[in-house]
Design a protein around this ligand. Structure first.
Ligand SMILES: *Cc1c(COP(=O)(O)O)cnc(C)c1O
Length: 461
């Protein structure tokens, strides 16, 4: 009988001490990494699988624990609102406002004139109303919270009518029927998957109806034999029957970008003007600000949300408010291009291509002929549950000839000290210039140099 392979595993304490001596990280990280790596090895042995290099596994886990999370990465994917990459990057002015508010005390709930308690959201609320034409506004933690709060405050214990074509899942586990259930509301489904008519809503309204809810599909489109009831029609019905209408828009902008090709329904002031009692949308999608749920609407309705006991549990924190305040100020001052998401959406493709060519030149100069470097046209996406089907013509730097293939090069770029996220296609690496921020081209150069030097040491071994 062969020896029990578990006995050849190092002890947790010994492995942790060795990691620490090698400078892998602090004691806590070395200990946790060693324990996890040895646990993993034991489980593999139990399943009769090869164990691999336990030390290397532990060192990798230690490195993971030691670097800050979330840490900065460069987005070369061309997806402007990449949910896995934190959606909207903040404008420099918004990031500075966060840093300033975070580092000291602030008047977040103080009225400086009287020295007494002040309203947390007074300024942000005024700006949201000025930008949207709404009577009143409220900011909560995110849009999921905004919808939950709206439903709970207006319709708890009652029915909410939703089209079957709008019972969607947005990703990250936001599912409309489940949010309704969590809000203590009964779902009254009307219509069919592809077609819902005004008469379907009309027939469903009864004494138990608490609200009509319209949900933007956000991440998919329906084409073909399709009918939906527009917001204005729904508002007319709601007004006639005395039932509030909640518009879960998801992603919206306070700028009028319809002339730039953005769809009509992403224009928040238009939704407010259509008469919705409440319009809810995210701060970190098309708006280009921090994670937040923005609620706009009629004063008496917003007030019911504000005074709901749930509001406190869902409230936005002071750093969020600082970032949102600065973002809204940029919009009001006509400095929209300083908001990265807006710049990325509006930058003409020729300018993107110019930036791609400059990056290609810098990369070629840095790596010589180790890879072929070219610029090619691509089509980017907005992503993040925004503008499905909306195509963003763009330009990418394309790297060809990676020794271990494009996927291995993409992995090496992710392993750089400042990771760069790219797309791979046709065994080539594509770095879309549209989503690169102004200071990022040198970071891409550094990451590629790092990736190629790691590659050489591996080959030399
Ligand atoms: C994105 C989205 C949500 C969730 O918003 P979060 O800010 O991620 O909480 C809800 N509804 C719709 C229609 C969305 O597009």
């Amino acid at each position: 009988m062969s020896e029990d392979p578990r006995r050849s595993l190092p002890g947790v304490d010994r492995l942790a001490r060795e990691l620490e001596e090698e400078g892998c990280g602090a004691e806590w990280a070395c200990l946790r990494a060693a324990r996890a790596a040895i646990d993993e090895a034991r489980q593999r042995i139990a399943r009769d699988e090869p164990v691999g290099d336990v030390r290397a596994d532990a060192a990798g886990r230690c490195a993971e624990l030691t670097r800050p999370r979330p840490g900065r990465v460069v987005n070369g994917t061309g997806v402007v609102l990449h949910t896995n990459l934190g959606r909207a990057p903040l404008a420099p002015a918004a990031a500075a406002a966060v840093a300033e508010t975070a580092a000291g005390y602030s008047d977040v709930e103080l009225d400086l004139a009287s020295g007494g308690r002040g309203k947390r959201q007074a300024a942000v609320c005024q700006m949201l109303c000025a930008l949207s034409g709404a009577e009143d506004a409220l900011v909560v933690n995110n849009n999921a919270a905004a919808v939950l709060l709206a439903l709970a405050a207006l319709a708890r214990g009652r029915e909410v009518i939703v089209s079957r074509g709008e019972l969607v899942e947005i990703g990250g586990s936001f599912r409309v029927p489940e949010i309704l259930a969590q809000a203590g509301v009964t779902l009254a489904e009307v219509g069919t998957t592809n077609r819902t008519h005004l008469r379907d809503y009309t027939a469903a309204i009864g004494t138990r109806t608490g609200a009509l809810l319209k949900v933007h599909r956000s991440n998919f489109e329906q084409r073909g034999f399709v009918t939906e009831v527009g917001l204005a029609e729904l508002v007319a019905l709601g007004t006639e029957r005395g039932v509030p209408v909640i518009d879960d828009l998801g992603s919206g902008t306070l700028l009028d970008l319809r002339a730039e090709g953005l769809p009509e329904d992403s224009f928040v002031p238009g939704r407010v003007a259509a008469g919705a009692d409440l319009v809810c949308f995210s701060g970190d999608k098309l708006l280009g600000g921090p994670q937040a749920g923005l609620v706009l609407g009629r004063h008496e309705i917003v007030e019911r949300l504000r005074t709901s006991p749930l509001a406190r549990a869902l409230r936005a924190d002071k750093l969020d408010l600082a970032a949102l305040d600065a973002t809204l100020r940029l919009l009001l001052e006509g400095r929209r291009e300083e908001i990265p998401v807006v710049r990325m959406l509006l930058e003409p493709v020729e300018k993107v291509a110019e930036r791609a060519r400059a990056l290609a030149g810098a990369l070629s100069a840095a790596i010589g002929d180790r890879l072929s470097v070219e610029v090619e046209p691509v089509v980017g996406a907005v992503g993040g549950g925004s503008l499905p089907g909306f195509e963003l013509p763009s330009a990418a730097v394309v790297l060809d000839g990676a020794r271990h293939g494009a996927d291995a090069l993409a992995a090496a770029l992710r392993a750089a000290p400042l990771p760069v996220l790219v797309r791979t296609r046709e065994d080539r690496v594509w770095i879309d210039a549209r989503t690169l921020l102004a200071d990022e081209p040198p970071l891409v150069v550094a990451a590629l140099q790092h990736a190629l030097s790691a590659d050489r040491s591996e080959r030399g071994a």
